[in-house]
Design a protein around this ligand. Structure first.
Ligand SMILES: Cc1cc2nc3c(=O)[nH]c(=O)nc-3n(C[C@H](O)[C@H](O)[C@H](O)COP(=O)(O)O)c2cc1C
Length: 185
């Protein structure tokens, strides 16, 4: 799939078909997360592929979002900040969260290319998730992703913010690009 199409077509899915995804396809999508940029090339992210029904129900409970329990698989993304924080101090904490986002987006785009769907779950009781999956205290649970085949491909894209609203030129709040004669082109 062309990258631009994957970027634009990706969307959150909360209703899945009964058809069970092949877990190997999900592993391939996790593999794409290895290619994200990481400060100092210290890879801080770990993924847990959860297939146990009881554990998935507990994750749904930790998020108070019942649709999660209907997924055959949930992928949980966790950051271990130790090495990055050792290398970069307080900014390392920020880097860890930024690079987690970059890697998780790679993962989502690869799911899109594979015909699989997910929803990004960021609202949950972290301690409950850690207890359910035996995740150590010092590790952050970044997000989790219930995965499946979209129930109905009758998707109309949510309204996205206009480019004008997110772009400045040269300085904060300057919304105009220099005229072309002022540029070196
Ligand atoms: C950091 C973050 C946390 C999110 N948490 C949740 C969540 O807990 N539950 C949920 O249903 N969607 C969650 N979402 C998904 C957003 O609601 C969704 O991406 C947004 O509505 C845009 O829709 P789209 O993904 O279809 O483009 C989260 C997304 C992000 C980036």
């Amino acid at each position: 799939m062309e990258l631009g199409r994957a970027i634009k077509n990706r969307h959150s899915v909360k209703k899945f078909k009964d058809k069970k995804p092949d877990w190997r396809d999900i592993i391939e999508c996790i593999d794409a997360a290895r290619y994200a940029p990481m400060a100092g090339s210290n890879y801080s992210l770990k993924f847990i592929l959860v297939s146990d029904k009881n554990l998935i129900e507990q994750l749904a409970d930790a998020a108070q979002q019942p649709f999660i329990a209907k997924a055959h698989y949930v992928v949980v993304a966790c950051s271990n900040p130790s090495r990055t924080v050792n290398a970069y101090g307080a900014r390392g904490e920020i880097y860890v969260r930024q690079q987690a986002g970059a890697a998780m987006q790679n993962f989502l785009l690869k799911l899109e290319e594979s015909g699989l769907s997910a929803s990004w779950i960021g609202h949950f009781v972290e301690e409950q998730v850690k207890k359910t999956l035996g995740i150590p205290e010092h590790v952050h649970v970044e997000a989790f992703f219930p995965i499946g085949y979209e129930f109905e491909k009758k998707y109309t894209r949510k309204e996205k913010i206009d480019l004008d609203n997110i772009l400045y030129f040269d300085e904060w709040e300057n919304t105009n690009m220099k005229k072309s004669k002022e540029l070196d082109v």
